[in-house]
Design a protein around this ligand. Structure first.
Ligand SMILES: NC(=O)c1ccc[n+]([C@@H]2O[C@H](COP(=O)([O-])OP(=O)(O)OC[C@H]3O[C@@H](n4cnc5c(N)ncnc54)[C@H](O)[C@@H]3O)[C@@H](O)[C@H]2O)c1
Length: 311
């Protein structure tokens, strides 16, 4: 019988995480508050699997089997009753996550691992209300979860070694590239690196050094081109540490040091312009549909993923 997992919350992240497990052969219970959210999620999984078939990463049969393995439910108790691992991907609101954990501790198997996909809360904060914190862990997937290989794993000081090891093995089993953090720091590793870079990108934009498209081009054709295969620490070694000492000594004092979100982001959020999810953000998406943009992104990610797996 297929091993059983549950995914709670079927939004941007939850549906992708469900797809990852289903494609790896797990029976998945996907839970959300309303059936229409679940149907939308299943449609997104189907579209994503079709893209993987189109790009010859999986067969039509594998797509069919993966879809069959995902069971949709609005009954939380039923969703988690048999699950060995429960991954929550509900909104980033601590009270919401605490209330969910209270219910999970009541309904789940006593040996089930409870994993959070939080992007900002420390594991210490998440388990503040937990009765059995030893089985809690963070598995931080990246959007789109079904395509980006990285999963950051963060443990609590009380998380058992068995839970940490089982989670790491599970991530490898479903084809992910896990990194276990040695410390529980806000934003983990990836979002700290990403936030540092975004702060500077938005500062250059607001200073009028370049427009959004030019800044994105610099990233895509320069730094980003390298970063899929060479990390920042390797980059320092490859470039020469003497050179990088000068670069950092000269640039660190002039880099942006803001302590809050860039003003432009705050302004657009205020206007309800949230990016692709509302059809407009920094870019207007007037000439290409959001669906086309996201499809193009995913096709490129699939091809990059193939190339990385060959290395
Ligand atoms: N979006 C990203 O790029 C991203 C990346 C990594 C991590 N995360 C994290 O993943 C989590 C989910 O983010 P998202 O972007 O998928 O959010 P989302 O808003 O797209 O989806 C959340 C889903 O949870 C459901 N939900 C709300 N309350 C619930 C409850 N009490 N029980 C069950 N389901 C409930 C909603 O109906 C919705 O379908 C957050 O913790 C977020 O910080 C997001």
């Amino acid at each position: 019988m297929a091993r059983q997992v549950a995914v709670i919350g079927s939004g941007v992240m939850g549906h992708g995480i469900a797809q990852v497990y289903a494609l790896a052969g797990f029976a998945v219970s996907l839970y959300d508050l309303q059936e229409e959210f679940l149907l939308r999620a299943k449609k997104s999984v189907e579209q994503s699997l079709s893209l993987l078939v189109q790009e010859k990463v999986i067969t039509e049969q594998a797509k069919h089997d993966a879809l069959e393995r995902i069971v949709l439910t609005t009954d939380l108790q039923q969703a988690v009753a048999k699950a060995e691992v429960i991954t929550e991907a509900v909104p980033e609101v601590i009270e919401l996550k605490w209330e969910l954990f209270r219910q999970l501790e009541e309904f789940a198997r006593p040996d089930a691992i409870i994993a959070s996909n939080t992007s900002t809360f420390s594991i210490a904060r998440l388990v503040e209300v937990a009765k059995a914190p030893h089985r809690f862990i963070i598995t931080h997937f990246f959007n789109p979860a079904q395509l980006v290989p990285l999963v950051e794993i963060v443990r609590h000081e009380t998380t058992s070694e068995e839970v940490v090891e089982a989670t790491r093995e599970l991530m490898l089993m479903v084809g992910k590239s896990p990194v276990l953090l040695k410390k529980d720091v806000p934003g983990f590793i990836a979002n700290r690196l990403q936030a540092a870079l975004m702060r500077e990108a938005f500062s250059l934009l607001s200073d009028g050094v370049a427009d959004a498209e030019e800044i994105d081009t610099v990233m895509k054709n320069g730094i980003g081109f390298r970063w899929a295969f060479v990390g920042p620490i390797e980059t320092a070694d490859f470039g020469g540490l003497d050179t990088w000492k000068c670069v950092m000594d000269n640039l660190a004092p002039v880099l942006d040091h803001s302590k809050s979100a860039p003003a432009l982001i705050a302004e657009l959020v205020e206007k309800g312009k949230l990016g692709t999810k509302t059809g407009a953000g920094i870019y207007s998406y007037e000439n290409t549909s959001v669906e086309e943009k996201l499809r193009e992104r995913d096709e490129n990610f699939i091809r990059l993923g193939k190339r990385k797996r060959e290395c």
